[in-house]
Write a protein that binds this ligand. Structure first.
Ligand code: ZN
Ligand code: ZN
Length: 177
C-alpha cells in the first residue's frame, strides 16, 4: 500500500488512480486482535500539486472483520466501507490536522514514498464498535455455567443454586409465569 511520490510528481496536477488489494490477518482494536476475513480493497486516486508540494487523496476502503459480542462472545461480521479525503503536506508543523472532512498529515518532502497502510487502518477502526452486540437484547452468558442464554430461554441454573426453585411455592409460581 505504498504511494510512490516520484510517480505522482512526474504526473504533476493529474489524477493518478489507485486500485490496490492486500490481505491483513488481523487488526488490533481495544486490546483485541480482530480477524480480517476479506482482502482490504483500496480504490480512488491521488493528485500532486507542485506549488506547495501537497498530495491530495480521495480513497474508498472496503473489508470485513470479525468482532465478538461483548455479552455472549458470538462472532459478528462487520463490513467496513468507508470514504476519506486525505491531504499530505510537506514538513507541516503538526503531525495531524483536520479541516472539515479533510484529514491532513505531514510527510517528509525528501522521501520517495508514503506507506498508506497505517493511515488506512486508523480510518478502518473508526467504523468498528468498541462495544459490539450480536443483537440489542442479547441475554449474554449464564454467570454460573457459561451457557449462551440466547439459545436456552428457560435456563435456570442460577435459580436452582440459590435454592429458590426448591421452594414448592416458588415452583408453582414459576409454572404460572
Ligand atoms: Zn450476543
Ligand atoms: Zn447456567
Amino acid at each position: 500500500m505504498e504511494l510512490s511520490l516520484n510517480k505522482l510528481k512526474s504526473k504533476e496536477g493529474q489524477f493518478v488512480s489507485i486500485d490496490e488489494r492486500t490481505s491483513l490477518d488481523s487488526i488490533s482494536f481495544h486490546k483485541d486482535e480482530l480477524e480480517v476475513i476479506e482482502d482490504l480493497v483500496v480504490t480512488g486516486g491521488a493528485i500532486f500539486t507542485a506549488d506547495e508540494e501537497v498530495i491530495n487523496l480521495s480513497l474508498d476502503f472496503e473489508t470485513t472483520v470479525i468482532e465478538h459480542c461483548r455479552r455472549c462472545l458470538e462472532p459478528i461480521e462487520t463490513k467496513i466501507d468507508r470514504h476519506e479525503e486525505i491531504e499530505f503536506r510537506p514538513d507541516m508543523e503538526y503531525e495531524v490536522k483536520g479541516e472539515g472532512d479533510l484529514s491532513i498529515y505531514r510527510y517528509e518532502s525528501g522521501s520517495g514514498m508514503i506507506d498508506l497502510l497505517p493511515y488506512i487502518i486508523r480510518f478502518l477502526k473508526l467504523d468498528l464498535d468498541p462495544y459490539p452486540l450480536c443483537k440489542e437484547d442479547c441475554k449474554g452468558l449464564c454467570p454460573k455455567c457459561g451457557v449462551n442464554l440466547n439459545n436456552q430461554e428457560d435456563h435456570s441454573c442460577e435459580a436452582e443454586e440459590e435454592g429458590e426453585a426448591k421452594d414448592p411455592r416458588m415452583e408453582k409460581l414459576a409454572e404460572l409465569l
